[in-house]
Design a protein around this ligand. Structure first.
Ligand SMILES: [Zn+2]
Ligand SMILES: [Zn+2]
Length: 485
């Protein structure tokens, strides 16, 4: 197994891409695959990146043997096997039509599921396909093609045995050797011609190399599983029963074993396809190289920020900022992008741009589920410049409400200071100042000031709809003041 190369910026994640110009290895989290056409470009120099594949990051199949025995034990596989057993039982009671179904439909559905398992694993999903996949996929071509291939491979055996016994045996061994390759080529190409073409099969086997021999041997051993287990069971039970039902149970048990071990074999083949997909000439867009990493360490980076983070890590903050800014008009409602932009402006002390960006960003946050973040953005702005003030009057009330919920009382005082002078026509001054009064009394222990704010509202806005609440609150504050004297 060749050594795994890791990403320059994420040292626990295997690299997938390489920039010759910069001499840097990148993982998928550093490459903006969504933005560019194939192949993706280097974040630093914009040159096309070379796909290094991810073979070295995928362990050899002999390190993963327990996984292949585990996959067919998952719920969907067990359900498929049980349903097919029941169907088989029902069909066995219906003469002719039922028997035909038993020998054609039941194995066809089972092998369809086995192929889906193989394809699922080959595409980077290390689990059994769900039942929906089986119900949705009505393309049974692949099964009939595989049957045709098996007939073609075994057909000459009779003639060969007639010529010479050893020739027949040699052919049998060759056929068994080729069989996994035909299954895998068929599942990748779906082409009967390819799957039966000796040149294609030879090239397929050569590309996998010695591992194919290992695969073949493992499949031979696993395929012998049901027979060995049956012999053990019969030996242990010392069966001399004349009761037919005992034989029925044994037959059912054997059928389950066969299905289980077949799924194990198809899982192994799927995994080999996954590991060698790059060599075999088919690509998987999913970040397969991350499958075997500690998933907690795989960075979750916004697709439009991947290259920007690389620029930032290379201390090219200005380039990162410029690139990010160019993406904002098309992604105006993307909170993650805009927060990154805000933080970058703050860290690079680009305060003028930050003050320009902040009001619409605060508005966006207030209409989202990240309302608390709006308070953080406001706080950043006043920490950059004490004289910062919002010009959009519609933001005051919702922002003050969030601040009250968060217990940010001093910020409320800062936000609402002389609001009525700055925006004399603002209709919601009573509601907004009511929040100020609450902050002063409940958070800042300034009942006297709270009382004067309440008196101010009641005096200057006597027609306000919240008058009853204001009067009630004023009574409470007055009681607090008199009790503390
Ligand atoms: Zn990376
Ligand atoms: Zn580069």
């Amino acid at each position: 197994m060749s050594e795994t190369t890791f990403c320059k910026y994420h040292q626990q994640i295997p690299a997938r891409w390489y920039c010759e110009q910069c001499g840097i290895d990148f993982c998928n989290s550093c490459v903006n695959d969504q933005l560019y056409s194939d192949p993706p470009q280097c974040a630093l120099c914009n040159e096309a990146l070379a796909d290094m594949g991810c073979e070295s990051a995928i362990p050899a199949f002999w390190h993963k043997i327990p996984l292949f025995f585990k996959i067919p034990l998952s719920l969907p596989s067990i359900v498929v096997m049980l349903v097919l057993l029941c169907l088989g039982y029902i069909f066995s009671w219906i003469p002719i039509v039922g028997w035909l179904m038993l020998i054609i439909a039941v194995p066809a559905i089972f092998f369809k599921y086995a192929y889906l398992t193989l394809q699922n694993i080959a595409s980077g999903e290390l689990n059994a396909p769900d039942l929906k996949a089986l119900l949705d996929d009505n393309d049974y071509d692949i099964i009939f093609k595989q049957i045709f291939i098996i007939i073609c491979l075994f057909a000459p055996m009779g003639k060969m045995l007639e010529v010479s016994f050893s020739l027949g045996i040699a052919w049998y061994i060759l056929v068994l050797f080729l069989l996994p390759a035909t299954v895998m080529v068929l599942s990748v190409d779906r082409s009967l011609i390819q799957a039966i073409n000796p040149l294609v099969l030879a090239s397929f086997i050569m590309r996998i190399g010695f591992s194919y021999l290992g695969l073949y041997l493992l499949i031979m051993i696993v395929s012998g599983g049901p027979t060995i287990i049956m012999e053990m069971v019969i030996g242990l039970s010392d069966m001399q029963s004349s009761d037919l039902s005992d034989y029925l149970y044994l037959f059912v048990f054997y059928a389950v074993l066969q299905m289980y071990f077949t799924l194990v074999v198809f899982s192994i083949m799927g995994y080999v396809l996954l590991k060698y997909h790059h060599r075999l000439g088919y690509e998987i867009s999913a970040p397969v190289e991350e499958l075997f990493c500690d998933q907690k360490k795989v960075p979750k980076i916004h697709p439009l920020l991947k290259d920007i983070e690389v620029l930032a890590k290379e201390n090219r903050g200005i380039d990162a900022l410029r690139r990010l800014q160019s993406r904002l008009p098309e992604n105006a409602n993307d909170i993650v992008l805009r927060l990154r932009f805000h933080k970058m402006l703050f860290n690079q002390k680009k305060f003028e741009v930050m003050f320009e960006h902040a009001p619409s960003f605060i508005q966006l946050l207030l209409s989202s589920n990240d309302k608390a973040m709006a308070v953080d953005v406001y706080r950043d702005c006043i920490s950059a410049d004490k004289s910062f003030s919002l010009k959009d009057v519609s933001l005051f009330l919702p922002l003050a409400e969030v601040m009250l919920q968060l217990g940010q009382y001093k910020l409320i005082v800062r936000l609402l200071s002389s609001l009525h002078k700055r925006f004399p026509d603002y209709k919601q001054i009573p509601d907004t100042y009511f929040i100020l009064a609450k902050a002063l009394s409940e958070g800042l222990d300034s009942d006297e000031k709270s009382l004067s704010v309440l008196n101010f509202i009641l005096k200057n806005y006597p027609d306000t709809a919240i008058k009853p609440q204001l009067i009630m609150y004023r009574e409470t504050v007055q009681k607090l003041i008199s009790s503390s004297v």
